[in-house]
Design a protein around this ligand. Structure first.
Ligand SMILES: [Fe+2]
Ligand SMILES: [Fe+2]
Length: 172
């Protein structure tokens, strides 16, 4: 089967000026754009490997953190983990055609912090990959100890894939 390339799926988002503002936002010691690309590239790879809807999976992953720090700071009194998926979803819907699956991926990516639960395998994949990537990026930034964090990522990755299989087996 011929798959669309990651670049061709990401093209629409990477040519959007509002989305590109994420390249000026810091996130786990890198930019929010780089974090989003790191997560989306992994989601793309695993979605193809597990025969999922890789196009929606990649699109949802690309915009899962589509918010600026200024937008977040204007939401008073709530913690970032709960609020930022809602801001990201509103921004994504404002700029792109977002289907129901992609919307749920964005809303639920902070699960179990989020009120919304992941409703598809693609959403479960995103919430897992995002956490592992965040841990890896944060550990690399904080400790600058790539070797250990790669091992950590590998161990957590195996654990996540096991849980992913357990959760999704037999479900749509
Ligand atoms: Fe996030
Ligand atoms: Fe993220």
């Amino acid at each position: 089967m011929e798959y669309k390339s990651f670049e061709s799926i990401a093209e629409e988002m990477l040519s959007n000026q509002k989305f590109l503002r994420l390249s000026h936002e810091s996130h786990h010691g890198i930019t929010r754009l780089d974090h989003s690309l790191n997560v989306a590239k992994k989601v793309y790879k695993y979605a193809i490997k597990f025969n999922l809807d890789y196009i929606s999976a990649t699109r949802g992953a690309l915009v899962h953190d589509f918010f600026t720090n200024a937008e977040f700071l204007s939401n008073h009194g709530l913690i970032q983990g709960v609020v930022h998926p809602d801001i990201a979803l509103a921004n994504a819907k404002g700029e792109f055609e977002i289907n129901d699956k992609e919307a749920n991926m964005i809303e639920s990516h902070m699960f179990p912090l989020s009120v919304v639960t992941p409703k598809s395998k693609e959403a479960w994949l995103l919430t897992g990959v995002d956490k592992l990537q965040a841990i890896y990026e944060y550990a690399s930034y904080k400790f600058n100890y790539k070797k250990a964090t790669s091992k950590l990522e590998y161990a957590l990755g195996c654990m996540f894939l096991f849980i992913f299989y357990m959760i999704t087996t037999g479900r749509e």
